[in-house]
Design a binder for this molecule. Structure first.
Ligand code: NDP
Length: 433
């Protein structure tokens, strides 16, 4: 805390991990002797830079860019870029720290990093987005590379932004180095299923949680927040499995569609028109829009928070429990506050943290890197089967570790312990570095 003042999200993420891995450190005294924890909470490298660009009115704008290269002990730094006005050092550090354990859990040989900018893409023209991305990459390129650091998308960074960022890197370096970025368009080196991977993976994870108790998605109401990349494909897969997702949201409010959210309409509004979620009810008269509210007041059995950090607070958790919540799987990173997590666990609701439940996105990014390295392109159904198998492995690793450390069914302890063990053993093997 003394070394990282004014970084509440980073402190929250570190606290959650350190608290839950105490039994792991007790069982492996060599982790304490080698200063694993002291080293892990200090990023290997932190990069902050100026991003100047000219808007459509000819006015100069200045944003701040970040890349926090947290750990490369298991592989090249890997983690997304976020463009959102709320971005600051604390948020990028919390995301980078979480990414270390998430990436370790996938078993794919990737390190942990995160980056982004306080740039707000909402309401900006295509030309402004391009100029911003070009300026951002004109500094960041020197820190990247397929064996060094491989970014991807996150909030505010989708296929359009990745295209402009990749194009700038290619121009500056004179290298068409496919493996230096993931989430690329499938026509120019991207992998099938990467777009769907985080949302699909979260649902596959929830499916595994249900299966432990002999249950399935079929016939269950699903409450989803967000309407971006993760939320859209979580809704899509939940419907394919026979669930009934009834909500979606953005920062202006949420929609409730008792007939089940229409995925094609949601994609058209959000991916093509970049419209607000309130537009949904114009096309679906039976659906309702609740301005300024969150979907947590709607009853349902499966809860998939998929928008942003700390969006589900303790009172909302109590409302969801009263509404029959059985399973919570985080599609977003740290969307559930510590008080809300405790409330769910106290009530016997199964709770899976994002570092396990949303690992499908980065796992599929690692598959994209493999395809790029081998100059191959795998088809959709093979790629989806691989994603499903990885999510089962991530689930089982977390589930087994929880049981091993005396907390059966506690996916927070399980995910943190399993991810930490893998990182810690590699750090010891590679020496004090
Ligand atoms: P998108 O930018 O595609 O969508 C974000 C969604 O969340 C939008 O609906 C947005 O609404 C809403 N949102 C963002 N910030 C806020 C806020 N402060 N308050 C309320 N709503 C907000 O991002 P993604 O879907 O890619 O990411 C969502 C979450 O999933 C993030 O936590 C991200 O870190 C995590 N994640 C994403 C992965 C990926 O592969 N994309 C991988 C693993 C995790 P609005 O447009 O109004 O801002």
């Amino acid at each position: 805390v003394a070394r990282n003042p004014h970084e509440p999200e980073f402190q929250q993420a570190v606290h959650e991990v350190l608290e839950s891995i105490a039994p792991v450190v007790e069982e492996h005294p060599q982790f304490a002797e080698n200063g694993i924890l002291e080293r892990l909470v200090e990023p290997e490298r932190q990069i902050m830079f100026r991003v100047p660009w000219i808007d459509d009115a000819g006015k100069l704008q200045v944003n701040r860019g970040y890349r926090i290269q947290f750990s490369s002990v298991l592989g090249p730094y890997k983690g997304g870029l976020r463009f959102h006005p709320s971005v600051n050092l604390s948020i990028i550090k919390f995301l980078g720290f979480e990414q270390i354990f998430k990436n370790a859990l996938t078993g794919q040989g990737i390190g942990g990093a995160k980056g982004g900018s306080d740039f707000d893409p909402h309401g900006r023209s295509d030309a402004e987005i391009m100029r911003f991305c070009q300026s951002f990459m004109s500094e960041l390129w020197r820190h990247l590379g397929e064996h060094t650091d491989v970014p991807a998308g996150d909030i505010g960074v989708g296929s359009r932004e990745i295209g402009y960022l990749f194009g700038t890197y290619r121009k500056i370096t004179n290298r068409h180095e496919s493996g230096m970025f993931t989430g690329k368009g499938v026509q120019w080196g991207g992998a099938e299923v990467r777009t769907e991977a985080t949302g699909y993976g979260t649902v596959f994870f929830a499916q595994e949680m249900l299966a432990v108790h002999g249950e399935a998605f079929e016939g269950k109401r699903v409450i989803v927040s967000g309407s971006g990349n993760v939320a859209i494909y979580a809704i899509d897969k939940a419907r394919q499995l026979g669930g009934l997702p009834v909500t979606a949201s953005d920062s202006s409010g949420y929609i409730l569609d008792e007939d089940g959210v229409d995925v094609a309409l949601l994609r058209q509004l959000k991916e093509v028109e970049r419209a607000r979620i309130s537009e949904y009810v114009v096309h679906r008269p039976r659906a309702k829009f609740f301005e300024g509210a969150q979907p947590w007041e709607v009853p349902g059995e499966i809860i998939l928070p998929s928008a942003t950090q700390n969006e589900l607070e303790e009172p909302a958790a109590h409302a969801l429990i009263a509404g029959g919540a059985r399973v919570v799987a985080e599609g977003a990173n740290m969307p559930t506050t510590p008080g809300a997590v405790a409330a769910f666990q106290h009530a016997g609701v199964l709770f899976a943290p994002g570092k396990a439940a949303n690992a499908g996105g980065v796992a599929t990014s690692a598959l994209e890197m493999s395809q790029n390295a081998a100059r191959q392109r795998w088809n959709f159904s093979d790629s989806e089967s691989k994603l499903q198998a990885i999510m089962k492995d991530v689930h089982d690793a977390a589930f087994d570790a929880a049981a091993r450390y005396g907390r059966p069914g506690d996916y927070v302890v399980g995910a943190n312990s399993a991810g930490f063990e893998r990182v810690a053993h590699a750090m010891i093997a590679q020496g004090v570095i």
